[in-house]
Design a protein around this ligand. Structure first.
Ligand SMILES: Nc1ncnc2c1ncn2[C@@H]1O[C@H](COP(=O)(O)OP(=O)(O)OP(=O)(O)O)[C@@H](O)[C@H]1O
Ligand SMILES: [Mg+2]
Length: 254
């Protein structure tokens, strides 16, 4: 997922970013008639269509195997649909949706063999943004990982080994969440990020997202998280079963 945006001149890249940012602020992410099958298998997703406006927070629900993570991989461009499109719609025009649009928090935290600081600021670097050390530490304090990092001999500059073997699952997840919070991407995709997080951290994370005013698409099985969303999209056996607004969703999650 963390592909450096090389091979494009700085001017062109900046122009592209300005254009993109204008589209996303006025527009919506649109998924249209998306069908996907893994090789040699029946379709996992069939004719899925829905839109998420910029700044809306959308929760993706459904039983195990419903196709939620597959849909997220299609959004990220890691998989290609057999039919259908993922686009940005703005001012009645349609634009391609690139990988630059997303920050991603995977279901299993992925840390690289670089320092804590570099792991947290990875997305900043991918997007060409200079990270702000104070901001990094503020997020680490808000999510309750700052003191733990300072226990290591080199603090934030400590090199992470073997995907963070010295950290708990929740601590690793916090580093991935800070990476997404610091990312300038307009949309945050999260695949069950509560997995391993305590209640206080989860609430702090959602508060940070709310202040950020970004589009969020998050997979969840957790009823407690529903209050943080405007919209629920429910998948059942690869078909979009329901789209509900916030007033109804507290009763529906699977
Ligand atoms: N690489 C793959 N090759 C073949 N089939 C796959 C592959 N990955 C997932 N599947 C199948 O596709 C279906 C949807 O999987 P997916 O991971 O999208 O479900 P999910 O809704 O995220 O489930 P969960 O809640 O358990 O995470 C499942 O039946 C799964 O077995
Ligand atoms: Mg999944």
């Amino acid at each position: 997922m963390y592909i450096p945006l090389s091979g494009v001149s700085a001017d062109k890249e900046n122009e592209g970013k300005k254009e993109e940012s204008r589209h996303v602020q006025n527009g919506a992410l649109q998924i249209t008639h998306l069908t996907f099958a893994y090789p040699g298998q029946a379709p996992v997703l069939r004719d899925i269509s829905f839109a998420v406006p910029f700044q809306e927070h959308c929760v993706l629900t459904g039983v195990n195997g419903a196709g939620k993570s597959t849909l997220m991989k299609l959004l990220l461009g890691d998989l290609t649909p057999q039919t259908g499109e993922i686009t940005i719609v703005s001012d009645k025009q349609t634009f391609p949706c690139t990988q630059r649009f997303f920050a991603y928090v995977p279901q299993e935290p992925e840390l690289l063999n670089i320092s804590f600081y570099e792991n947290m600021t990875l997305d900043c670097c991918r997007f060409g943004k200079v990270p702000d050390r104070n901001e990094v530490e503020e997020y680490a304090e808000m999510l309750g990982i700052h003191d733990r990092i300072l226990c290591f001999p080199d603090g934030y500059d400590t090199i992470v080994t073997e995907n963070g073997k010295d950290l708990s699952l929740g601590e690793k997840q916090k580093i991935c969440l800070i990476r997404a919070l610091l990312s300038p991407a307009p949309c945050v995709l999260m695949d069950e990020p509560e997995h391993g997080l305590d209640t206080k951290t989860r609430e702090a994370f959602f508060e940070c997202l709310r202040q950020n005013q970004r589009m969020v698409i998050m997979i969840s099985h957790t009823k407690d998280s529903l209050k943080f969303f405007n919209k629920e999209v429910n998948l059942q056996n690869g078909i979009l079963k329901r789209i509900d607004s916030v007033s109804k969703i507290q009763y529906n999650i699977l």
